[in-house]
Design a protein around this ligand. Structure first.
Ligand SMILES: NC(=O)c1ccc[n+]([C@@H]2O[C@H](COP(=O)([O-])OP(=O)(O)OC[C@H]3O[C@@H](n4cnc5c(N)ncnc54)[C@H](OP(=O)(O)O)[C@@H]3O)[C@@H](O)[C@H]2O)c1
Length: 382
């Protein structure tokens, strides 16, 4: 009864006590008992739910033409079964769906392009399928998880410095740790796949190259909450944790800020002792699609732009150059110099370069981050 090429396919079997049949979701089943005192028993992995329409087929349907051993005219049929539709009138059962959570963020918007049939929700109004605050247990409890087989969790509290404030700390723990833990529980209960996104900020940045199995050592509140979220997500059997860094997409981000400063004639000071590589959301979304399409083993995968490691100051200079400003207008400073006289700056890892060999071994080639930066700056301006 499922939508697709097997819709309407019939399979029959004469059973005895030595046989059990697994009936997958969306496959209708019916039976006749051929002897008195026969027991026909079901073991179920999901119960009937009120408010859900299940497709049903008339036992006498001419297209399916089931060869009932006892003619239907001689068998007992319930009133309900007499009213079920012919195959031509059956509404096929839809496949289970994909849900994008945090769909209005930078990554959420890119995921929407690669998963066009997905349902999309966000914390605030504006997403096609409404509001879902994943840190609100009541909203999560009410949500129709039964309809989904895949959840892409692009929701996060990403204001790194604000996370160090009293209010920000609470919000960051709710969105980055408690919410993924809730989603992991949901994923286990409903046997769905959960894709979650992590960050190089779960490390202190002392390693030259961050591999997937490096131990957590976050410096600030944001990194601490993200590490807690990773640990929670890893408890559900079907999970991908995509670890990334310096995300650039549609929305507010470092490159947009530098373009704006360049356009406004401002000459900024930018830190030069934190190195990493940019990750463009289109590439991150493409990697997500790749892992799922390949059926790659569950676990953690680093995904970041390839190419040379660069500092924030080097990137700012490149944005200035691409904006037609003199890169010399960007003054490189140390983190120490930058934070002096500024309140509430969170500590950040000095090195955010991720080892890409695991994702590359699955057949995915991350694009060069500086080439993508050029395309990004040329195609769109603030
Ligand atoms: N940005 C980076 O540089 C970076 C680096 C490494 C890893 N990451 C990770 O990559 C992922 C995507 O980041 P991004 O840059 O796309 O973030 P983003 O632009 O800040 O988007 C996050 C989205 O999640 C929503 N959201 C926040 N709390 C939520 C909640 N409780 N329930 C539902 N939605 C909620 C936000 O809504 P509001 O805007 O209304 O709050 C926003 O639309 C995150 O897991 C992030 O930690 C990001």
């Amino acid at each position: 009864m499922r939508e697709g090429p097997t819709f309407g396919t019939v399979f029959t079997i004469e059973m005895d006590p030595r046989t059990a049949v697994f009936v997958p979701r969306g496959v209708g089943n019916s039976y006749q008992t051929l002897e008195d005192a026969t027991t026909y028993s079901y073991l179920v992995n999901e119960h009937w739910r009120p408010g859900t329409t299940y497709p049903a087929l008339n036992l006498a349907d001419e297209t399916a033409a089931i060869a009932w051993p006892i003619p239907l005219s001689e068998s007992e049929i319930s009133e309900k079964d007499k009213t079920t539709p012919r195959l031509a009138d059956v509404v096929p059962m839809k496949p289970l769906k994909t849900l994008i959570v945090g769909a209005l963020g930078q990554l959420g918007r890119a995921l929407q392009a690669d998963f066009p049939d997905a349902d999309v929700v966000d914390l605030v109004e504006g997403a096609k399928d409404g509001v879902l605050d994943v840190s609100d247990p009541a909203q999560v409890a009410e949500f129709a998880w039964h309809d989904y087989q895949l959840v892409l969790n692009a929701a996060a509290y990403t204001a790194v410095d604000k996370a160090e404030t009293t209010e920000g700390r609470r919000a960051a723990w709710a969105a980055n740790a408690a919410a993924p833990a809730t989603l992991a529980r949901v994923a286990t209960e409903h046997r769905l796949t959960l894709v979650h996104y992590s960050t190089d900020y779960v490390f202190d940045g002392t390693a030259e190259l961050h591999t997937e199995d490096e131990r957590y050592s976050p410096l600030g509140v944001y990194g601490q909450t993200k590490a807690a979220g990773d640990i929670a997500v890893a408890t559900t059997p079907r999970h991908y944790i995509v670890r990334t860094s310096w995300v650039i997409g549609e929305g507010r981000n470092f490159v947009r800020t530098m373009q704006q400063l360049a356009a406004d004639g401002i000459s900024p000071t930018v830190v030069d002792d934190q190195v990493g590589r940019l990750t463009f959301t289109a590439d991150l979304s493409r990697a997500t699609r790749h892992l799922l399409d390949q059926g790659a083993p569950y676990g953690i995968y680093n995904v970041q732009g390839s190419g040379p490691r660069t500092s924030w100051a080097q990137l700012a200079k490149e944005v200035f150059r691409l904006s037609g400003r003199d890169p010399g207008e960007v003054t490189p400073v140390t983190t120490q110099q930058y934070v002096e006289g500024r309140e509430g700056i969170s500590p950040r890892p000095a090195n955010g370069v991720l080892d890409l060999s695991k994702i590359q071994a699955t057949g995915f080639t991350p694009a060069d981050h500086l080439e993508q930066l050029r395309d990004y700056c040329e195609s769109d301006r603030p």
